[in-house]
Ligand binder design. Structure first.
Ligand code: DGY
Length: 328
């Protein structure tokens, strides 16, 4: 009888995907979907060869302390700020993520959130549900901001940012972007976007969308100072990561109507939401669902499983982050 390698599936996944894994592995799973504490995670990683994890599981030196058999931690997520990559590399643990498979779904959501924010969709729905709608009115119903033929400013121009830019072109938007690295001429042309510095982007955009990865460098990339540069009629959408926006400063600015509105899919310290944001009507809130369609979540799981299977078979995982480990 061959001994199956032991793996951890740290969060609930679709039952059929779990059953498939159980054919090849001895699976320790968490279908209850309770997020492990740091201590629990360290214990669960002990003795397993691979782990499927999400952004809620921080893989650092502490988590790896007893994970002597661990070959790979495969994130079911494109963002990997939950990984301490240098710590993983020095422990010899491969780190992988799930790029590409969620690009269009996430770009769709970014655009949807921008539209909902500019056109006050959730506020309007609450207004109806609360019994305020007694007549059609030219001036007294919620009036929003146009998207078509306005300027869309994207901060973070990776695959998802470029997807949002292309959607903006369909709305006749003037697309500007800021990114650590400027795109090639061909990529700029493909998404009709012009590169500008961050300050120009904030000053000129009617709608600002954040799609930048979280790092120490992007922490509070948008705070009171940056919001002050924006037009009072502008909207701000964050589908990147909590912590990129200073949520307290944003709540202040929204309260004082320094900008028109914000749409947030991610929050500092989520799932907690800054209490001041919860009181405001000019903010659309979503529970980190930009990639949440069943088709895409299945594609993310499949890619993470492909990464895990490859690593455990001694092959290079398709989306290896710490490639230097492979060279070694
Ligand atoms: C991602 O893939 O990074 C999403 O934000 C889910 O974590």
């Amino acid at each position: 009888m061959t001994i199956k390698p032991r793996i951890l599936v740290a969060r609930a996944i679709f039952p059929d995907a779990l059953a498939k894994l159980e054919e090849s592995f001895e699976v320790q799973s968490n279908q209850a979907d309770q997020v492990f504490t740091a201590d629990e995670l360290r214990q669960h990683l002990e003795g397993v060869s691979g782990a499927l994890v999400t952004g809620s599981e921080r893989i650092d030196q502490n988590a790896l302390a007893n994970a002597k058999n661990l070959t790979i931690a495969a994130n079911i997520s494109v963002g990997y700020n939950n990984f301490d990559v240098p710590a993983m590399t020095s422990a010899g643990v491969m780190a992988t993520n799930t790029p590409d498979v969620l690009t269009d779904t996430t770009a769709d959501f970014g655009f949807a959130l921008m539209m909902a924010t500019a056109r006050r969709m959730t506020e309007s729905e609450h207004w109806i549900r609360n019994g305020h709608w007694d007549k059609w009115s030219i001036v007294h119903n919620p009036l929003g901001m146009d998207l078509h033929h306005t300027t869309l400013g994207i901060i973070g121009m990776g695959r998802i940012g470029q997807g949002i830019a292309k959607r903006g072109l369909g709305f006749g938007m003037n697309v500007i972007y800021h990114n650590r690295k400027r795109l090639s001429d061909a990529d700029e042309k493909a998404c009709g976007a012009n590169y500008v510095d961050k300050e120009t982007l904030l000053r000129e955009s009617d709608h600002v969308v954040l799609v930048v990865p979280y790092s120490a460098e992007s922490h509070h990339l948008i705070g009171a100072k940056e919001i002050a540069l924006m037009k009072p009629t502008a909207t701000l959408v964050n589908i990147a990561r909590g912590g990129i926006v200073d949520d307290a400063a944003l709540a202040e600015a929204l309260k004082a109507k320094r900008i028109f509105a914000a749409g947030l899919d991610v929050f500092e310290g989520e799932p907690k939401v800054h209490p001041e944001l919860l009181k405001l009507s000019n903010v659309v809130l979503a529970p980190h669902i930009a990639s949440a369609t069943e088709k895409t979540r299945r594609a993310m799981i499949n890619l993470a499983v492909r990464n895990l299977r490859a690593a455990l078979a001694g092959e290079r995982p398709p989306s290896l982050i710490n490639a230097e480990l492979w060279k070694k």
